[in-house]
Structure formats: structure tokens, C-alpha cells
Write a protein that binds this ligand. Structure first.
Ligand code: PEP
Ligand code: MN
Length: 354
């Protein structure tokens, strides 16, 4: 099977083209917390429940999930509410345990899709399990090929119920969002796999609950097939990702406010392009802020060593090198000169006012 042959996923309750909604806590913490969330989400019409039981945490010592003992809780959710259940798998042991427990949807997280060895082992373990649905989140770094490779490994194991989840990309420095959306990457994935279900995870992109609604609306407006949203009955007490989880009640209100538009091609195209402009501007501002912070650092060094703030030779060399580089990128010389001068002036001002 090729990427362009992947068919849309259909789930009971979402077969009329309505956006697919997968919701549930970042982590299953206790049986009670899991079931409370599931019941509340079912009552607002969510039909697919998510909960992580093996949690890949950046630092050791944090809450790393309840492990296998959370599987029966998910079985109870399925039995009691009739929702499909989804969890993250990162090792072959997780896959084995989740398949044995009859989990409907397995997703590979960003830390796993980044690792081709892990993806291949998981794919081999999934071989022959055509009953299961597999979702592959984008890798941590903005590398479309790595994402495609992860999807292809799963396809190579004969799995046909396959989809992707866009959760943004990790990046250094201060940004408004936790993860940089880099929307052009999932858009390119859409072009290469037009039929594949691609969901958006606004919770991990935004990192704060106040961004969930606007990011969800962007996702729906730009042709994503649905959303994966983290929801917890008491978000502030959540053991993982507490800042980004919304209550089931708030999620219900968000879902009611989201506007599902028909795919008018011209509008969509314009939206996609504007989104890319917004992306570029977010990056530009973050880079400028980082440059100023480095510049202040240099200023402190110069002061400590009694050096002049402006070193004319360094400035001339820098401008010449930038103009050269910019020209190769197709930028107008006088435009680059104005931009670089403005940036340099601001750097000098910051160094002088330390
Ligand atoms: C999650 O969904 O809770 C998770 C860990 O996601 P990601 O892999 O996107 O960080
Ligand atoms: Mn999470």
C-alpha cells in the first residue's frame, strides 16, 4: 500500500464526515478519575476515549503512568459507556498488553515516532492485527520524512486502519505555544496522503487550555479530520499536563462553539497561506527575541572586559556576510540592509542601556 492509497478512518458516530473527536485525560491516574472523565465525556457526545497509561516523561522521577493496571480501567470505560478506547504504546510490551486487552486504537507518541528502531519493532509486533486502528503522532522535530517513515513502517506491517496526529514540534526558547505548529508540515502530509485521516492535537500544541479552542478552530478550518483533546475532571490536580487539560464541561462548550465549514477550496487555500504567514511571524519574533538576549549577554561581556560596544570591523564583516547570504536566498539587498541595520541599532541600544 502507498501513502496515497490510505483510506479515511471511519468510526461509529462519525461516519457522516463530522469531525472525529478523541478526548480524555493525558493520563489514567486512578480507576475513579478515569471513569469519571469517561462518563462525563460520553455525556457530551464524545465517542472515543483517550488515556495514557505508559507516559513518556522528559525527566525521570515524575509520574510515569499507572502501567498495565490501567488496562482494565479502559476495558470498563468501553463496557460502561460504549466508547472506543485509545492509548499510547511505545514498546513491544505495551503493544502486546494493549492488544490482549482489546484496546481499539493505539497511538505512537512523538518520542516514539522520532525513533525508527522503535517504530519498526512496534510495526513488527502489530503485524496481522488488522482489527486495531493505529495513529502516528508527528515526531518531535519538524521532519516530514521521519513522520512519513514512521507511517510507512506501520503500513509495511499490513495495517490498513491508519491515521496521523499533528501535535506540533518541540523547539528551544520562549514561544506562545508549547509546541511550534509549523502547519505547512501536516499540510504537506495531506497533499501526499490525501485520503488519510489527519487529526490535530491542540492540547499539546498550545500547552495551555486557553489555546485549545482557537487551535481547534484553525484545525477544522484547514481541513483536519478531527481533534484529539486532553480532558480531565479536575485539570489543576492532573498528574501530567495539567495546564493544558480542559474539563469535560468546558470541552462540551468548546465543541458546541466550533464552526464546521464546508471545504470551499478558494477560502481554504487562502487560510492555509495565511496560516503559514502567521507561522513565519511567530518564528521571526522568537528569533529576534533570542538574538536580543544573546546581544545583551555580549554587552555584559564587553562591559566586564572594558571593550567598546560597537566594533566597526566586526559590524562591517557581519553586514557584508549577511547581504551575501540574503542575496543567495533571493532577498533584495537594500531590504536586507534596512532590516539588519534596524536589528543592529536595537542591539546597540540594548547593550548601551544595560
Ligand atoms: C500524550 O498524548 O499525552 C502525549 C504524551 O503526547 P505527545 O507524544 O504528543 O507528546
Ligand atoms: Mn499529555
Amino acid at each position: 500500500m502507498k501513502l496515497q492509497d490510505i483510506q479515511p478512518l471511519s468510526f461509529p458516530g462519525y461516519d457522516d464526515g463530522a469531525p472525529i473527536v478523541i478526548a480524555g485525560p493525558c493520563s489514567a491516574e486512578t480507576e475513579e478519575q478515569t471513569l469519571d472523565a469517561a462518563r462525563a465525556l460520553s455525556s457530551i457526545g464524545v465517542k472515543i476515549f483517550r488515556a495514557g497509561i505508559w507516559k513518556p516523561r522528559t525527566m525521570p522521577g515524575g509520574f510515569e503512568g499507572v502501567g498495565d493496571r490501567g488496562l482494565p480501567w479502559l476495558q470498563t470505560v468501553k463496557r460502561e459507556t460504549g466508547m472506543l478506547v485509545a492509548t499510547e504504546v511505545a514498546t513491544i510490551d505495551h503493544v502486546k498488553a494493549a492488544l490482549d486487552a482489546g484496546i481499539d486504537i493505539l497511538w505512537m507518541g512523538a518520542r516514539t515516532s522520532t525513533n525508527p528502531f522503535a517504530m519498526q519493532e512496534i510495526a513488527d509486533m502489530l503485524r496481522g492485527h488488522n482489527e486495531v486502528t493505529v495513529l502516528v503522532k508527528n515526531p518531535l522535530n519538524p521532519d516530514l520524512d521521519l513522520w512519513l517513515g514512521a507511517l510507512q513502517r506501520i503500513m509495511g506491517a499490513g495495517i490498513t486502519r491508519i491515521g496521523a496526529v499533528h501535535r506540533g514540534f518541540s523547539s528551544a526558547g520562549e514561544h506562545i505555544y508549547r509546541n511550534n505548529p509549523q502547519w505547512h508540515i501536516p499540510f504537506e502530509l495531506r497533499r501526499l496522503a490525501p485520503g488519510m485521516t489527519i487529526l490535530c492535537d491542540p492540547s499539546h500544541i498550545g500547552g495551555k487550555r486557553k489555546y485549545v479552542e482557537s487551535l481547534s478552530q484553525i484545525a477544522l478550518d484547514t481541513g483536519f479530520d478531527g481533534l484529539m483533546i486532553e480532558s480531565h475532571c479536575h485539570p489543576d490536580q492532573a498528574l501530567s499536563d495539567s495546564a493544558q487539560q480542559v474539563t469535560p464541561q468546558d470541552l462540551g462548550a468548546i465543541l458546541r462553539r466550533l464552526v464546521v465549514r464546508s471545504g470551499a477550496p478558494i477560502e481554504d487555500e487562502l487560510d492555509l497561506l495565511r496560516q503559514q504567514i502567521d507561522d513565519c511571524d511567530h518564528e521571526l519574533l522568537a528569533v529576534l527575541a533570542r538574538r536580543m538576549s544573546v546581544s545583551r549577554e555580549i554587552g555584559r561581556f564587553k562591559r566586564a572586559h572594558n571593550l567598546r560596544v560597537v566594533q566597526p570591523q566586526r559590524y562591517q564583516d557581519m553586514i557584508a556576510a549577511r547581504l551575501d547570504e540574503a542575496e543567495q536566498l533571493g532577498l533584495q539587498t537594500d531590504f536586507t540592509q534596512r532590516v539588519m541595520q534596524a536589528i543592529h541599532e536595537e542591539s546597540v541600544r540594548q547593550q548601551l542601556s544595560l
